[in-house]
Design a protein around this ligand. Sequence first.
Ligand code: ADP
Ligand code: MG
Length: 313
Amino acid sequence: MKEFDLIEKISRFFKSPAKGIGIGDDTAAIRSGYEYHLITVDTLTEGTHYRKEWRKVFPHLYRSIGWKLLAVSVSDIASMGGMPHAAVTSFTLKKDFEEGEIVELAKGLSAACNHFNVLLVGGDTVKGNCEAFSLTLTGKAEEIMTRSAAKPGDLVAVTGICGDAAAGLNIIESGKIDTIEKRKLVERFLFPRPSIEMGKKLVLSGVKCCMDNSDGLLLTCHEIASKSNVAVNLESKKIPVSKEVKKLFGDKAFKFALSGGEDFNLVFTFPESLKSLFKKEKNVFIVGRVTEGSGTYIDGKPAQISSFDHFGG
Ligand code: ADP
Ligand code: MG
């Protein structure tokens, strides 16, 4: 069974908040007076999200796990148009855990707390058979953007280069970081920098539909199409791919840009009336258009949706 199908099954047991959004968007959003309280949780586990062998080429791996643990949730808050506030963690450690690495992780997490202006206020530490780090983040927003607000006629945009993180993962897996270019891509994968300011800017400009592309551009567009009951049409030549990735990976670069995850940019849709505003933004790339219908298309052809799914399929 696929991850999305399982979440759908679980969600049937729980009703949504009377005012706001429950399961199904980047964060939950509970309306309270004039604002929304946002809450989200994410987990990084050994084997699925990182491998200890990577330390051979990147000795500060655990610093990056700490950084990323917060950054991935900040990305979800940013995609709703919110400001992050406070975090609690949960660490599951194996019996023979390495103390130095957990201290290294704490340093990375602390650096991320400073960078994103988040207060870490508690957590839980337990023993288990698989190492896992989980973080719950709260935030606030006056207005929110959702996955379900795309409208036919809207344009589709992404707030950064696509595929750098997937290329970085590929490089670290290859076991060799021997150039500055490769190091830059690995750092894009290990130390993502979601933009809270960009999320804020979008929501203040009147954007209603947004999602972060943590699972890759195609899957994100597919999810927006499905939740909004529309079709998303992408133009391949408009999808931004970095020159480093093109140089290092050739034809594979475009696959990374479409299906590679963890870039932590925002994908959003907006009406034609906002086009002049976004056309001059350096980090906004208009990549397609929303139409009536369903599904995701590239250059008019149905897209092959492939990206990481925790349970395959
Ligand atoms: P993201 O990639 O933005 O973190 P996910 O793809 O992990 O989001 O999850 C999609 C939606 O499903 C989110 O709203 C999330 O809160 C919800 N969700 C995922 N797993 C569960 C679960 N076990 N129980 C309840 N809700 C879940
Ligand atoms: Mg998300």
